[in-house]
Design a protein around this ligand. Structure first.
Ligand code: ASP
Length: 351
């Protein structure tokens, strides 16, 4: 009798172990789902076979350029959404708001692990920084693109796309803010910028550097951003159709100060790309001192900071190390709410 009971017990244990194993297998076989939001750019560009210049960005659909990376379906399930198909110089605030709202709505779906946005490199950093301040999810949001069109020799798009999808599917990049993955490197949206008009390593992050390295599907993350982003950001664009208008004025020797006046009359805020750490001429100082709209001082120099001691006009706000094009993104968002000089200064410190 005791032997029969022992045999029955063994059989029950084997059954329990087999069913637990079977459940584990189903869970691990389920591939993560990644949403690819395609906006155009060189990664979707086509031109004369083999050539790297003289192509048309935004020529291929998401389905077409995704088919160049069949390996993707080994690792993830992809849902592709064609948001638009343009060169990134034609991206608008309306496109940004559509991207933010789409991600914010879809992020609630527990099956979706992350998002990849394909985008032209010219303005990719602006879109990345905007989304860094407006998406409300910890799920990875990764932007990528390419410097060579899909029809060139050694096109860089397929590898950038593959590595971006791997980064977006990873647990390691959750909560890191919006990222750009390019040429095997992982960048934080706030510090990344385009540094070359043609080179395949055109995306970089100056003196602060990349935050990680990706090689195939191996992700190495080294740093995180200490600035507020995504779920810790206060900016909400869900009810907006567009953003306030901010103009960027670039200072150079003999730059005409009447342009400042003109821009101030046609904008809600100004960003000045000063020379060095906040410098511009006496003529500009005089006009800027008389402006009554918010004016943020950035620099036309790639690296370094502007300190409050560098500010020449007391009615201006310090962009610290944000380049003009990103200072404009933050100012546009800031101007969607109530602001005064002190609150703008605070925002430019926090974000
Ligand atoms: N002009 C292209 C764009 O930004 C350049 C690129 O994608 O690299 O759309």
């Amino acid at each position: 009798m005791k032997r029969i009971a022992a045999i029955l017990m063994c059989l029950m244990m084997v059954f329990i172990l087999v069913s637990a194993g079977a459940e584990e297998a189903t869970v691990s076989e389920k591939k993560p789902k990644i949403v690819v939001l395609a906006t155009g750019g060189t990664i979707a560009g086509a031109g004369e076979a083999g050539k790297t210049a003289g192509y048309t960005p935004g020529s291929l659909t998401a389905e077409e350029f995704l088919s160049a990376v069949p390996k993707l379906s080994d690792v993830v399930e992809i849902e592709a959404i064609q948001v638009c198909n343009v060169g990134s110089d034609d991206i608008t605030a309306e496109t940004w708001i559509t991207l933010a709202n789409t991600i914010n709505e879809m992020a609630a779906d527990p099956d979706i692990k992350g998002f990849v946005i394909t985008h032209g490199t010219d303005t990719m950093e602006e879109t990345a920084y905007f989304l860094n301040l407006t998406v409300k999810t910890d799920k990875p949001v990764v932007l990528t693109g390419s410097m060579r069109p899909a029809t060139s020799i050694s096109a860089d798009g397929p590898m950038n796309l593959y590595e971006s999808v791997c980064v977006a599917a990873s647990e390691k990049t959750k909560g890191q803010g919006v990222l750009i993955v390019f040429s095997d490197r992982i960048y934080a949206a706030r510090s990344v910028t385009k540094t070359s008009t043609y080179n395949v390593t055109a995306i970089a992050a100056g003196e602060t550097g990349c935050i990680g390295i990706v090689r195939d599907d191996a992700i190495n993350l080294y740093e995180s951003s200490s600035k507020r982003h995504t779920t810790a950001s206060e900016f909400d664009v869900s009810g907006l159709q567009t953003l306030p208008k901010v103009s960027i004025l670039y200072f150079s020797i003999d730059a005409d100060p009447s342009l400042l006046q003109y821009a101030a009359e046609h904008s809600d805020g100004l960003v000045i790309a000063s020379a060095g750490a906040g410098g511009f001429s006496e003529e500009w100082i005089e006009v800027i001192n008389g402006l009554s709209i918010p004016v943020v001082i950035s620099s036309r120099i790639d690296d370094g900071i502007i300190t409050n001691d560098d500010l020449l006009c007391s009615n201006t706000v310090n962009a610290n190390n944000l380049p003009p094009q990103k200072a404009a993104v933050l100012l546009r968002l800031a101007l969607t709410g109530e602001t005064n000089q002190a609150s703008l200064e605070e925002l430019f410190m926090q974000y």
